[in-house]
Design a protein around this ligand. Structure first.
Ligand code: GDP
Ligand code: MG
Length: 667
């Protein structure tokens, strides 16, 4: 008994498979077998042939001769019945799948024609050439069993291809044991007449009633000599018939492209299984629907395969992107993966139903793009970050030295940053997607602006600090000098010094600020801040010079110069009749006049008066203070306190002067 498992003799091409088993189930191994035969990737470049005919008419023998197949042949000595079923082999050295349909002719065995009908449907739905095998002596027996078989074939074909008239099939009639007395032409004429008779007898749907047999079938006829009686002739004729299956160049080549059912080789197994299922459950076999279903299934499978490989590739860059890296050449990689995946899909799927192929391709594209899109967005985000930090670093580096133009440094860093971003973002873009990076660039630009503004503020502050130190240097000594030599125009001198220093400071600022791209307001604020800070510097100096001990010293000096020295600056030696009281009083009064002078900053020349705006430059000016009260140097209480302290000192001098006269008398 035949084995449904493939023959294993080292050569897979001679393996045989029982496609439909005796219990009418469909094998689960056809797909694998087609692959083992090496036919899976042949696309449409394969052929499919099936044989039909009565039991023991030498069908399997013929197929084995024609295609080098290994179908079971009935053993003469035992004459056992072959099992029902459909077998398949690969043609030796040919891309041909050969189906041997066993037990088709149920009549001969007195069985119902169920299997005959089903196998006819199955064979016609897939085969290009249907070999109808019959004995010469069966020709003309219109009522013969084989004619019933043909009637079934025609009926079934009408159901399958009736409407669309697509799917032409070649019927090759092989008349066996041809003795030669009746020429082929006569046999052919008889057969043709019978076939047309059968065709006419079919009950056809009204819209198909005018169709003729040749609308659906091409028919060709050939004879073979008696295998036992003239074996050499038999072999010779079989060999020449074989050539009609192999030689594409021959005009009588049998596998004409028009007969091909256009099922890609990698879908044949599934297609056949679906067909068989439909046939088995007695459902209407609608081939276009079957092809579409097959296309859906296969395109899904092919797409899943293409996607799996793609996902592996895409996964490699997922981590790096997630941890914030900018992946060099990501766009190139993504384009490659995408193109490769689509090429993988197209290679196999494009052979299937066009609409389904296109629809599934669109699905695949969107699946691919939805995986790539986060990579692209991540890359943009990382790019944004890295460009920003490069920008900051470049700003810092650029602003390191003393000689730089702030605006220049800023502009250069910004241009470079935007250029780098744009280049890398463009690289990451994949054609055919609706991705864009302009929005991210917009965000980056905003951030650059913010960083730039902050940096400019810092720089401005730094510059103002520097200028402030300059002011301090310019103001310090002269102010100390002016305050040490009190005179009515003392404040005029102080303010003059101050204003000169301020003007200088302002000019320094304006010169430097030119490259800062500052707005008018910013400049105004900076200048106000500068004024305030300069004023604070001045006030601090005044404070220092009018601190208790310091001012007391100044008063004391002033007094001493007047009381203890004469007009020529010579120290006085008091004599008893000297007017000590008068001199004391005068010097004391002159000195006390200084207290109100020191008390408030008040120049004689109103032009020199200084005004400070009450607001502005706040974040640049370090302290908060009230300008008008800053004009007061010594408060009233402080003044009184000072006067008291000074009086005590002065009194001491007076007592000392008095004592000196007493002691000079005593001598
Ligand atoms: P199948 O049942 O149609 O597949 O027939 P087989 O190929 O198994 O052959 C049945 C028997 O017919 C075998 O004993 C063969 O040797 C014999 N046989 C094969 N070819 C021919 C032929 O051309 N003429 C005759 N008379 N017998 C043949
Ligand atoms: Mg057989």
């Amino acid at each position: 008994m035949a084995n449904s498992k493939p023959h294993v003799n080292g050569d897979a091409s001679t393996e045989r498979i029982q496609v439909i088993e005796e219990d009418k189930t469909f094998t689960q191994e056809l797909s694998q077998q087609i692959e083992r035969w090496g036919l899976r990737d042949t696309g449409f470049a394969y052929n499919l042939v099936a044989v039909f005919g009565s039991q023991s008419t030498g069908k399997s023998t013929l197929l084995n001769r024609l295609f080098g197949t290994t179908f079971d042949v009935m053993d003469e000595t035992r004459r056992q019945q072959t099992t029902k079923g459909i077998w398949m082999c690969r043609g030796k050295d040919m891309s041909v799948m050969v189906m041997d349909v066993e037990g088709t002719d149920g009549r001969e065995r007195g069985e119902d024609q169920d299997f005959e009908r089903k196998s006819a449907l199955f064979s016609l739905a897939s085969s290009e050439v249907l070999i109808v095998n019959l004995w010469e002596h069966q020709v003309g027996l219109y009522q013969g069993a084989n004619m019933g078989l043909l009637k079934t074939v025609f009926e079934v074909n009408l159901g399958l291809f009736g409407k669309g008239n697509t799917g032409r099939t070649l019927l090759l009639f092989v008349i066996r044991d041809h003795i030669g007395t009746t020429p082929l032409a006569n046999l052919q004429a008889t057969l043709t007449a019978d076939l047309n008779r059968i065709w006419d007898s079919l009950s056809k749907p009204s819209e198909l009633k005018d169709r003729v047999l040749s609308d659906y079938f091409d028919m060709t006829f050939t004879t073979l000599p008696h295998k036992i009686l003239v074996p050499e002739k038999f072999e010779q004729e079989v060999l020449s018939l074989r050539k009609r299956f192999t030689d594409k160049e021959r005009p009588d080549y049998l596998f004409k492209p028009a007969y091909h059912k256009r099922i890609p080789a990698d879908g044949v197994a599934m297609y056949m299984e679906n067909i068989w299922e439909q046939v088995q459950s007695n459902k209407d076999l609608d081939l276009p629907t079957q092809q579409e279903l097959l296309a859906q299934f296969r395109c899904d499978e092919i797409s899943a395969g293409a996607l799996a490989e793609f996902n592996d590739q895409a996964k490699s860059q997922k981590r790096p992107i997630e941890v914030g890296r900018v992946v060099e050449g990501l766009g190139g990689l993504m384009k490659n993966w995408r193109t490769q995946a689509l090429a993988r899909y197209d290679k196999d799927a494009s052979r299937y139903h066009k609409g389904v192929y296109a629809r599934k391709r669109a699905d695949l594209v969107s699946a691919i793009d939805s995986t790539l899109s986060p990579l692209f967005l991540g890359q943009l985000k990382n790019l944004h970050k890295s460009c920003l930090s490069t920008f900051k670093k470049e700003l810092l580096d650029g602003l390191k030295g003393d000689e730089y133009s702030f605006g220049g440094v800023m502009q250069k860093a910004r241009t470079k940053c935007e250029k780098n971003f744009t280049e890398a973002a463009t690289e990451a873009l994949v054609e055919g997607t609706d991705w864009s990076w302009e929005e991210e660039l917009g965000l980056l630009k905003e951030e650059l602006r913010a960083v730039g503004d902050q940096c400019r503020k810092d720089e401005t502050k730094k510059m103002i600090n520097q200028i402030e130190r300059g002011v301090k240097k310019l103001v310090s000594e002269p102010v100390e000098m002016h305050l040490t030599k009190p005179a009515p125009d003392m404040w005029d001198k102080v303010l003059k010094t101050f204003k000169d220093a301020l003007t200088k400071a302002e000019n320094t600022y304006l010169a430097k600020a030119k490259s800062f791209d500052c707005t008018e307001e910013e400049n105004a604020a900076s200048l106000t801040a500068l004024k305030r800070r300069a004023w604070i510097v001045l006030r601090a100096k005044i404070e220092e010079q009018t601190a208790d001990q310091s001012i007391l010293g100044k008063l004391r000096n002033h007094f001493e110069e007047r009381f203890r020295y004469d007009e020529e600056g010579v120290p006085r030696v008091w004599k008893p009749d000297d007017d000590i009281d008068g001199a004391f009083k005068k010097a004391k009064e002159q000195t006390l006049e200084l207290v109100p002078l020191y008390s408030s900053i008040k120049p004689i020349d109103p032009e020199l008066e200084f005004e400070l705006p009450s607001e502005g430059g706040d974040d640049l000016a370090n302290e908060d203070f009230d300008f008008s009260s800053s004009l007061t140097v010594l408060s009233d209480t402080k003044g009184l306190d000072l006067i008291n302290k000074f009086r005590r000192d002065a009194d001491a001098y007076y007592v000392e002067a008095k004592r000196s006269t007493v002691s000079s008398i005593a001598q």
